[in-house]
Design a protein around this ligand. Structure first.
Ligand code: CU
Length: 99
Protein backbone atom coordinates (compact mmCIF):
# COMPACT_ATOMS: atom_id res chain seq x y z
CA UNK A 1 0.00 0.00 0.00
CA UNK A 2 2.81 2.38 0.83
CA UNK A 3 4.31 1.74 -2.64
CA UNK A 4 1.02 2.64 -4.31
CA UNK A 5 0.77 5.90 -2.36
CA UNK A 6 4.32 6.83 -3.32
CA UNK A 7 3.62 6.09 -7.00
CA UNK A 8 0.45 8.19 -6.95
CA UNK A 9 2.32 11.10 -5.43
CA UNK A 10 5.14 10.80 -7.99
CA UNK A 11 2.61 10.88 -10.87
CA UNK A 12 0.87 13.91 -9.39
CA UNK A 13 4.14 15.75 -8.90
CA UNK A 14 5.40 15.10 -12.44
CA UNK A 15 2.08 16.25 -13.98
CA UNK A 16 2.25 19.51 -12.05
CA UNK A 17 5.79 20.15 -13.27
CA UNK A 18 4.90 19.35 -16.90
CA UNK A 19 2.00 21.83 -16.83
CA UNK A 20 4.21 24.55 -15.43
CA UNK A 21 6.71 24.32 -18.26
CA UNK A 22 4.51 25.17 -21.24
CA UNK A 23 1.84 27.52 -19.94
CA UNK A 24 1.88 31.21 -20.86
CA UNK A 25 0.49 33.03 -17.88
CA UNK A 26 -2.88 31.54 -17.03
CA UNK A 27 -3.91 30.65 -20.62
CA UNK A 28 -2.34 28.08 -22.94
CA UNK A 29 -1.52 29.20 -26.48
CA UNK A 30 -2.89 26.94 -29.19
CA UNK A 31 -1.24 26.34 -32.55
CA UNK A 32 -2.86 26.80 -35.93
CA UNK A 33 -2.57 27.85 -39.57
CA UNK A 34 -4.62 30.75 -40.95
CA UNK A 35 -6.72 29.63 -43.90
CA UNK A 36 -8.74 32.86 -44.37
CA UNK A 37 -8.63 36.48 -43.18
CA UNK A 38 -12.01 38.22 -43.43
CA UNK A 39 -11.56 41.96 -42.81
CA UNK A 40 -15.17 42.71 -43.81
CA UNK A 41 -16.70 40.65 -40.97
CA UNK A 42 -13.65 40.64 -38.71
CA UNK A 43 -13.29 36.89 -38.75
CA UNK A 44 -10.41 34.49 -39.01
CA UNK A 45 -10.54 30.94 -40.27
CA UNK A 46 -7.91 28.83 -38.55
CA UNK A 47 -6.91 25.22 -39.09
CA UNK A 48 -6.20 24.68 -35.40
CA UNK A 49 -4.78 22.03 -33.11
CA UNK A 50 -6.61 20.92 -29.95
CA UNK A 51 -7.97 23.80 -27.81
CA UNK A 52 -7.69 22.50 -24.27
CA UNK A 53 -9.50 25.39 -22.58
CA UNK A 54 -12.52 24.93 -24.90
CA UNK A 55 -12.33 21.13 -24.85
CA UNK A 56 -12.13 21.13 -28.66
CA UNK A 57 -10.43 18.71 -31.03
CA UNK A 58 -8.28 19.86 -33.94
CA UNK A 59 -10.35 21.24 -36.84
CA UNK A 60 -10.71 24.12 -39.30
CA UNK A 61 -13.20 26.74 -38.15
CA UNK A 62 -14.17 30.42 -38.17
CA UNK A 63 -13.45 32.62 -35.15
CA UNK A 64 -14.47 36.17 -34.32
CA UNK A 65 -11.59 38.44 -33.30
CA UNK A 66 -11.77 40.49 -30.12
CA UNK A 67 -10.21 43.51 -31.92
CA UNK A 68 -10.32 44.11 -35.73
CA UNK A 69 -6.77 45.53 -35.50
CA UNK A 70 -5.58 41.99 -34.79
CA UNK A 71 -6.17 41.15 -38.47
CA UNK A 72 -3.50 43.61 -39.65
CA UNK A 73 -0.42 41.77 -40.82
CA UNK A 74 -2.16 38.39 -40.86
CA UNK A 75 -2.51 36.41 -44.06
CA UNK A 76 -3.43 32.99 -45.38
CA UNK A 77 -0.91 30.25 -44.72
CA UNK A 78 0.71 31.84 -41.64
CA UNK A 79 1.49 29.62 -38.68
CA UNK A 80 0.13 31.23 -35.53
CA UNK A 81 -0.03 30.73 -31.79
CA UNK A 82 -3.31 31.99 -30.35
CA UNK A 83 -5.77 31.86 -27.52
CA UNK A 84 -9.52 31.56 -28.07
CA UNK A 85 -12.40 31.89 -25.67
CA UNK A 86 -16.16 32.39 -25.64
CA UNK A 87 -16.98 36.12 -25.82
CA UNK A 88 -20.73 36.88 -25.75
CA UNK A 89 -21.37 33.27 -26.72
CA UNK A 90 -19.11 33.38 -29.78
CA UNK A 91 -15.78 31.64 -30.16
CA UNK A 92 -13.33 34.51 -30.37
CA UNK A 93 -9.59 34.85 -30.81
CA UNK A 94 -8.40 36.92 -27.86
CA UNK A 95 -4.67 36.89 -28.60
CA UNK A 96 -2.61 35.88 -31.63
CA UNK A 97 1.04 35.89 -32.63
CA UNK A 98 2.65 34.81 -35.90
CA UNK A 99 5.20 32.05 -35.31
CU1 CU B 1 -12.49 24.35 -33.48
Amino acid sequence: MKTLMTLAFALFASTAVAEGTHSHGDMEMSMGTITKVDTQWNRLTIDHGPLENLDMEAMTMVFEVVDPAMLEGLSEGQEVAFTADRVKGKLTVTEITVE
